[in-house]
Design a protein around this ligand. Sequence first.
Ligand code: BES
Ligand code: ZN
Ligand code: MN
Length: 507
Amino acid sequence: MQIRVVSEQPWSVSADLLAVPVLAGEPEAADAAVLAELDRRLGGAIAEYRRFGEVADTPFRRVLLRGQDLAAAWVLAAGAGAAGDFDALAAYRFAASIERRLAGTAATRLAIWLPRSFLGRPGLDAADLAMLVARGVVEGEYDPASLYRNDYHDAPPRLDELVLVAPGADVAALQAAAERGVTIGEGARIARDLANRASNDVSPEVLADAATDLARANGLSIDVIGPERAAEMGMGMFMAVGRGSDNPPRLIVLRNGRDGALDAQGRLLGLVGKGVTFDSGGISIKPADRMEEMKMDKTGACTVIAAIVTAHRLAPDLPLLALAPAVENMPGPHSTRPGDIVRALNGKTVEVQNTDAEGRLILGDALTYAERLGATHLVDVATLTGAVERAFGKQVTGAFGTPQSWFDAVAAAGARQAERYWQIPLVDEYVRDMESWYADLQNSGPADGSLVKSGLFLREFRTRPWAHLDIGGSAYLRKEMAWAPRGATGVTHATLVQLALEGVAQG
Ligand code: BES
Ligand code: ZN
Ligand code: MN
């Protein structure tokens, strides 16, 4: 897709469709004049529809109008809410919802007018707005319905051109930001495609092959560790989960930049993603209800694989690591049993009290290994608990971290990319609940505070600054939203890329 930022007036931009935001309340004088002229060229349609109630300022109310005295063939009057509420998340969703409204149409050239009133809120500057709108449109194109079908025609159109219309803006600065938004949006597609694929399609081996193909195509180095090497190295927790399946485990290790190099902030950021290609629960088997959703339990891995590819495309030499422990958690004659005791890579012994608390086992060893590879700062992404969805639903990612300054850095990267985190405390007193009679610790305990304990468990397997993003709720949608289809959301991909890019000299 071509992206172009122009400073002309919206009526002179040639496109299949021009999106015109309708904000609540009085627009700024400059915007009011543009809107009045647009409406004049539309024969007063927007004002008329507005009186009738058909065009409203409510977010996601969108009305299609025939373009008249304009260079664009069609106009979409799109509710954008109150200017004072228009933040980064609103910008992203506004853009994605416009693209999704075009599903089934022949539109290939989209223009979006960005009124100055979009910049009313502190913390959202013109460049970030351009980035988020571009990213929103590209991510809005995504539709998983075509993954396993040939004859699906109702997906939002793949655009040839997106024009951001910002009268009077510094076009060059916005152009660079918008291009970054497009690249991040395209990267999210990699994560979502992999995550949405079925478990009989994507085994740990297939995930490793996909990562290998991406590494070759993008010039990243890759190491894929199979069960023999993992066992020999002492990854007892990783192997405890992987051994129950006929599909053998793979620890996928991707690296960008020179060996031993640190980024401009003196960091080697290590991204670690949970790659359970199917989570049946193992011997502690899950109930049948919604078990099919456990094909999504590999989403963290898909996200870190995509994030390192995206970061490479934006900053080819940036030192960065991504680790994706990939396993299938299955019951069977070789499975780990509740009560089994294994030795983690960092030497600690762990009693596997519940084989369904498998994510923390594979992540623990991967975190230790990331540090051995030189990671100085860690972020892991995982569909780790059902509890996080019960607590926060699908719109917020629960997150942990230590020290606080590192958590804050991760959350700030998220805020810039319109991804929301809510910090969960690491309550030291609860560590006692994870004591085992026989081992250094056990992988689950009494249900109270189980979300906190999931973070406490992981904390035992790293020594460096670390943040843990639990996407158990936010990783995928069960129903369509105005801005996103069902299935994988790609959440945290943009945060990870943003965080990594902060290691590029002069940001
Ligand atoms: N993959 C699941 C968590 C999950 C469940 C994510 C539903 C998304 C939707 C994880 O491996 C798991 O089974 N967690 C258990 C932990 C418990 C056994 C301590 C859970 O959340 O019930
Ligand atoms: Zn799981
Ligand atoms: Mn599980």
